[in-house]
Ligand binder design. Sequence first.
Ligand code: PEP
Ligand code: MG
Length: 755
Amino acid sequence: MAAVSAAREILRRLHEVMAAKSGAEAKLNQVVQIVAQQLTSEVASIYLLRDGMLELYATKGLAQEAVHVTRLSMGQGLVGTIAATREVLNLAEAKAHPDFAHRPETGEDDYHSFAGVPIVRREMAIGVLGVQHREPRDYDDVEIEALQTVAMVLSELIHGAGLVDDAQVAQARAASSGPLRLAGMKLVDGLGRGTAVFHQPRVIIEHTVADDTEVERQRVYSAFAKMREQIDSMMGQAEFSAGGDHHEVLDTYKMFAYDEGWSRRINEAIDTGLTAEAAIERVQARTRARMRSIDDPYLRERLTDLDDLSNRLLRIVSGQLGSAAKSGLRGDTILIARNLGPAELLEYDKRFLRGVVLEEGSLTAHVIIVARAMGVPVLGRVAELFAQVSDGDELIVDAANGALLVRPAAGMIASYETMRVLKARQAEKYAEVKDLPAISRDGRRVTVMMNAGLADDAQAVDMTGADGIGLFRTEFQFLVSATLPRRERQQALYRTVLEAAGSRPVVFRTVDIGGDKAVPYLQGDGEAEENPAMGWRALRLALGRPGLMKVQARALLEGAAGRTLNVMFPMVSEPWEFSEAKALVESQRVLLARQGHALPEVVRYGAMIEVPAIIETLDTLLPMTDFVSVGTNDLTQFLFAADRANPRLADRYDWLSPAILRALRRIVRAAAAANVPATICGEMGGRPLEALALLALGVETLSITPAGVGPIKAMVRSADLGALSEQMAVWLDTPGLTVRPALLAAATAQGVDLG
Ligand code: PEP
Ligand code: MG
């Protein structure tokens, strides 16, 4: 309790200083007096960041002539070391430390012990507060904590007085924490440069000293209650249902949220006179310090969870809620997140989004498909992302090389520029082939369509030179809406897309909601699902909610009035589902005709092949359909029983494994025999080597990501498909693990352009 009252006394006096009318320098002088007195130290000094150097700004005990004269760079001397590492130094014998730098003008020769703490703003040291004693001694925890508390208040004072501004902070950060390269996994190809923005921004604490401790106590109390409520309700939600990784994290969250020790420590900090925000952060700083000193990965992980939870508590108490999308992006941005949902990503303004970096993430998760549609490069599975990157850091995402360059040095930026120019040149090369047909060297015509889902994408048909839109994911409109989109809005979108496509065909896939594409307004439809990807999604949900499906059917029929309407149903598992869905659309066509509405000239019905069971019943299904399209993202996840959204499985199975290629061959052969056109619309078709394999299996139409159209056309035009088809037949009939090496060798020998 003595410690609490000492801390309270310091804060009380700092409060008076802050409230006084005096200038900033005078205030800093008062602060060093208070610190020296309260800690009975002979010296107390404040160093501030000025023009990238740490300048002695106020001191009690050192020579006054040294003020504004003694300057240390980041990393230089004890003070520079504290600022660079943002860690406390507590030394009985300062001179014995390897980083000690002698500064005779300060007259510090007589002092032995030294303790210093960083003054931090926006996760960057903007100064250092230090004390010194003549006698060699270690400082105890209470003293260090008192210094840290004063440093928090100083940060507010210094920023408030304009002594250090945020631009200086950013500059110093770039200068101090050197360049770094973090490895990750390419999820969406591309190259982007911009400033780091955290999807969940860190709270900036503006007030540290409380006016009324009781009020602060109440604020923390209700924030805790709210946080516990949030966690309890998250645990009840479908996507966090028992068993998954998320659930484990939530369990830990829950444990901490109800942990008496944590709330008690925050309350003690409030007792000393801090505001709720400052108290939470004070305790959080302690957790972080512990985090750094722990080697056990399990414990570190738990402390990271606690850190996460502290941030949540801070957001609640400060009212700084909402993701970075809410406050809007301002310049070229690289978005940083642990993971993202597709709807969350769609909230960002894509004009400013230059890249996304995730700590988790996997190749065929829907958020990645959305990112691809937005043309934003994504790097996933970057370990240590949050430890190494700070808000505002300059970043380069080089997805092709699986690299994130943090605070790149001039040389790295130059090579980025070179790569960018090369890419632009490559894009020009693709631009040359874009309006040429994809005809192989041996004369086979391949249809290259593109996938779309946003109204803007439709405009890309012309730009990319695609032969049409082979998959329009209608659920994207549902994902970006807060409520169920009304029929008029759906219809308007479909018409816009058809108009943009002109004479080229468009295939509308009816809503594929559920799985990792949950929309809040359609929840409560069923219970929490353990396996949402295999659950109440897509056609199952649509047939279970005929009202929703009828509205969409009418919107599609009206939107395509006077044209051909291609409708495709997702996740058809048994033929009856297809016929029921078709009958439902037909019933709306009859109804609209009766009401005298204009209707499409032709309606063609297609089924997506993405559930393995349907492959066994193609003989029943195919005669009912006008076309089929293979969704390899889902089909491969189900063939391999490997969750497409699970990062650990992201690169476990090869798309060029015989299991997949043989299954695809069966589909292609059955469709050809039944005279039903078969398309591939999964991500697989957008990768040159995989696409080549598909064409060698006899596929004639691909629908792929827009950015893939140029490269895939170039690939087709450089290939001799007949020869490869013959080889493919041999490879698939020979036992083996994957045809990748053989196909790559054959393609290289032919000189196929693989990008
Ligand atoms: C697929 O599953 O391959 C597909 C194209 O559909 P989606 O990715 O939207 O599930
Ligand atoms: Mg699918």
